[in-house]
Design a protein around this ligand. Sequence first.
Ligand code: WT7
Length: 647
Amino acid sequence: MTTPAIETILTEDRRYPPSEGFAAQANAQPAIYDEDFETFWEREGRERISWFEPFTQLYEWKPPYAKWFLGGKTNVAYNCVDRHVEAGLGDKVAFHWEGEPVDERREITFADLQRETTKLANALKALGVRKGTAVGIYMGMVPETPIAMLACARIGAPHTVVFGGFSADSLSDRLRDMECEVLITQDEAWRRGTTVPLKRTADEAVAASPSVKSVVVLRRTGNEVPMQDGRDHWWDDIAMDKTACPCEPMDAEDLLYLLYTSGTTAKPKGIVHTTAGYLTGVATTHHYIFDVKPDSVYWCAADVGWVTGHSYIVYGPLANGTTGVLYEGTPDFPDKDRWWEIVERYKVDILYTAPTAIRAHMKWGTEHAEKHDLSSLRLLGSVGEPINPEAWEWYRRHIGGGRTPVVDTWWQTETGMILITPLPGVTTTKPGSATKPFPGVDAAVYDEQGNEVGPGSGGYLVLRRPWPAMLRGIHKADDRYRETYWSKYDDVYFAGDGARIDRDGDFWLLGRVDDVMNVSGHRISTIEVESALVDHPSVAEAAVCGRTDAQTGQAIVAYVTLKGSEEASVEKLEELRNHVARKIGPIAKPANIVFTPELPKTRSGKIMRRLLRDVAEERTLGDTTTLADPAVVEEIRDRAASEKTEE
Ligand code: WT7
């Protein structure tokens, strides 16, 4: 079933073949796709990371559970830190840290990482942490967050990082589910010039988490916070012992971390990631996809609290000995050029961010980037949601100076590593397409019955062969693991995303399956309509969802933020509906458009479509604890209600 929208996209494709200059120096060369999957991972496994004992079997696949690099022993912190110091790179900068207050900066070298992880690891041991003891980490974007993760990895203590924007309830749910014995946190975090009371929230969470015996507290803002005698310890008071703390030899399949992610029920899923397969997967993808060089300054602008931060701020880049940027604040504080000032200061050559951030910058205008010298940039990346072609083009042109490749990378918390992506220097990119499966990855699009669909048709994205960084299950929830990912099709991983493959074999991600609407029997993705709306010169941002409609099955509701100078009006509404009809086809014309000054987003910047759907359906609102600004939802609901009355 090919919708008119798909045809539109196919005929309007713009293509960016790799430049000769980039291709000649690229880490990835075209022959990478010819390599057999086992040869590829066998080599990457042996060469990309260092082993205490080599593996004896590449992988074992007993659906739905995989193991990788069986028999091998290694340690993630050894790979990310110690081996670089041993190789003489102790003075190399691991992180240029930029605080939110404009005058706070630190340089953390690999030798610093070794010293600080050793000190914290010794302190954790003194608190009773052993191999296998679970540790929670509830912190902001400070160097001590990666240090805490690496200190855990050093002694074989699995961690769970909980994003600093989560509530006490969300934190305690995770601490209880993983049975964490120690929580590492900080007094407060900076956010847009005010402080976020992490320790106080942690106290509330710990009160409801009986497994937690000790709390380690980093001084960040220095403001006074309550400390409980016997339970709470200042980081600096206990992380004093510089005695060498050997990296614990870990089995390839030992647990590295859990990361909780939302599913279709209220209870978050603890996604299981283990040691060697995960590390090989993230280091290998980081090397080829970001074309990282020894002198690169790489900036992944995600939060460490999400999987992007785990895989592509901490583990992948550090395993590759890469210099990174770690930024504590938001893109528009104190000014909207803050990011570009950072790019200029550190001569960042690789920038990896999310479409929602790109669209925010689009909305603010090009003048902020124009104030700075961004000529160091060589490569741009995007992740987290489908990127609309307009944002892709804007990003390449206004940030990448019209010269950089843009890699749109598809993956998930569950996949651990990027799975569908261009390889810069090899792949001809098209704005809006994540292009090809990474070497060795077997991705396909299936219809409802499990038949592989051909070019042009929409369907469900599946993965038919295991990959090294794949999840090893959901913590304490085998049934849910099987049900969520492996029950739709036999022995094939169901990603929960809609996708289609075009006639060049390029993948177009259409959003979560529950974000795909069905209007009069036609499949229309929310992203296609959003993309069309954002294409209109008056529109800054748009979010689209379906609501139940007696006649057409679903009707499309669009929430639109207009650009600063634009006024909402009935005329504008008609103009936008017609614009969508023009871009995609009359079938995609929104039944209703709600103008709103902001869209409700999670702290990580994802538009909360579930909430918008709830508003559209006039249901009670779901959980808003991850909302950046809960008031926005109320505002939208009020407007939606008044617009309905006016109809
Ligand atoms: C979901 C995973 C992967 C790190 C951040 C999100 C969507 C992610 C893309 C992309 C289209 C994308 C998918 C996926 N997604 N990247 N390049 N193009 N969609 O991790 O929270 O686990 O979310 O994000 O829907 O299933 P996550």
